[in-house]
Design a protein around this ligand. Sequence first.
Ligand code: SF4
Length: 523
Amino acid sequence: MRVLLLYPRFPKSFWSFEKTLALVDCQALLPPLGLITVAAIFPQEWDYQLVDRNIEEVTDEQWEWAELVVLSGMIVQKDDLLAGIKEAKVRGKAVAVGGPYATSLPDEVEEADYLILDEGEITVPLFLEALARGETQGKFRSEEKADVTQTPVPRYDLLKLDAYDNMSVQFSRGCPFQCEFCDIIVLYGRKPRTKSPQQLIAELEYIYNLGWQKGVFIVDDNFIGNKRNVKLLLKELKVWMEEKNYPFTFDTEASVDLAKDPELLELMVDSGFKKVFLGIETPDESSLALTQKFQNTRNPLTDSVDTITKAGLQVMAGFIIGFDGEKAGAGDRIVRFVEQTGIPMAMFSMLQALPNTALWHRLEKEGRLLNQEGNINQTTLINFVPTRPIEEIAREYVDSFWRLYDPEVYLDRVFNYFMKLGIPRYYRKRRMDSKSIVALLTICWRQGVVRSTRWKFWYNLSQVVKRSPRLLTSYFIVCSYLEHFTEYRQIVRDKINAQLAAHIATSKEKEEVSKITVNNKVA
Ligand code: SF4
């Protein structure tokens, strides 16, 4: 069987970083880990070609060659994924679709012949059996969760490695917490399942042998969901990293309770972890309690961020506006929190009800869901009726986003943050390649000569050189993200303002119609 694995394009988002990636000649931040895992579960005697539409187009020869087209993606990729299914069908190909979007909203991908939903380790074998029986369509589902210790090493060899800024690996699935808006616990359950340390290290060894020597993103939604197993991994990973002379740096996502475990923090830093994404969501305790994010209410959040920072891990964090019962000024309170903690990369979004989450079901019961199609991303208006005016929330969102990524404010925040960031004990001094030198000079030119940030840029830089020279490369990388955020804050403002104007116009129209109806009844 000749299989074309097709990864749909992402729209511009907080994480797309096109401008920053272009500086280092990369086309995408991360590779399609789901598809290369599926390729490892499929029969190995089949032939595979992978096309990531974020880095290249599918050629006519590839369409011709394929007997089966397999697509997988997240909700944000839905437009391109649906277009891919259509194109494959027009070309007369058999189409299989899987991944989080298809699993959450299978009705939207029914044009595909085979729906391989839920976890591939369980449903791919069901698909293969159906194929062997000669079935030309089918939907394969399973409520059972996969034993990830049996997951094979993903087919990293199918990737064009040079196109990516980071590699991805997965250690665990699932999270023990129960945040009301979270779809991870719906897709992967609340009992974290982990790979064995040897298994993950075999994956790292594989990408190392393919020549990878840059960042690795551990894609787990909560890397520390099973603290016991993660410590077992880190103890072995630390030794492996030392033996290999620190070929990678690691980034991941974790819950805020990381701050309460000094041993875990130390193990992460010693194993080469650089950045960790925390779902802080909001400094408003009442919203955290309402959304059942109790783990964020147990310790002051500012202390938790400071503890992690001082240990030597850069904190990135997610913030959300639009919770039920939220008081006016939530945007200001988030901006104040970000300024106080100094978190450079604060991902800010309006709350969205994702399909099948506890929030989705509650709002459905209350008759408050507006958009049931799942066309949801950071630049779409809230998809339900909030408890305070949508106009107020949207304006606070746009205004706060704009202020957070004001170039001078951002550079100051990065600088202040790096002044308190702990310095890693172990790190590998790398020689700069020509791409990095060009990127560095471009940043110096844009932020230090062309723009009004010039004085701040050079002053801050001189202080980092004097006070924390070992953090200089990381500091530069975080400064370079400004190239993306300056563009993205404009996209957020334009798109939200346009939807808000349309929403206001529709509301006025509805008001007029109801006034006319009332007047007619009175007459
Ligand atoms: S901590 Fe994160 S992954 Fe876990 S339930 Fe909450 S939002 Fe989901």
